[in-house]
Design a protein around this ligand. Structure first.
Ligand code: ZN
Length: 132
């Protein structure tokens, strides 16, 4: 498994109906417990926003020192992308099954319906993307 297949696996096992102890245990097995806890911590702090516009959508995840943009549902071969340095590093490590906490937070938050939604028109979306 690499970083992207572990993401696909996580996406397939988390559903709003099945966030059980078993699901959490499976996630911790793939990504490690600290990473899974860090992702849920971001969700609990309402640090995950979804910006949507008629042209598409992306997520903004606020960390303690910086905020990053997360893209899910991209065409293969890279179904998810984050602008943080950790994710670029992970992509270059073919053996890594870790994932950055921002992508996990966006993925889990979306599955569980716990993401703050913002609507943008296309001009606002372009401006937001250019600023960061
Ligand atoms: Zn990240």
């Amino acid at each position: 498994m690499n970083v992207l297949s572990s993401y696909a696996h996580a996406a397939s096992i988390v559903t709003p109906e099945s966030l059980t102890e078993n699901t959490l245990a499976s996630l911790e097995q793939i990504f490690t417990r600290p990473l899974v806890l860090a992702a849920f911590d971001l969700i609990d702090r309402s640090n995950v926003l979804e910006y949507s516009s008629p042209g598409g959508h992306y997520y903004q995840v606020f960390g303690s020192t910086a905020s990053y943009q997360v893209f899910l549902d991209l065409p293969s071969p890279t179904p998810a992308y984050c602008t943080c340095p950790a994710f670029s590093y992970l992509l270059l490590s073919p053996e890594s099954t870790l994932m950055c906490k921002h992508i996990l937070a966006a993925l889990f938050g979306r599955k569980l319906g716990r993401i703050i939604q913002r609507q943008l028109n296309p001009e606002e979306l372009a401006t937001t993307l250019l600023q960061e």
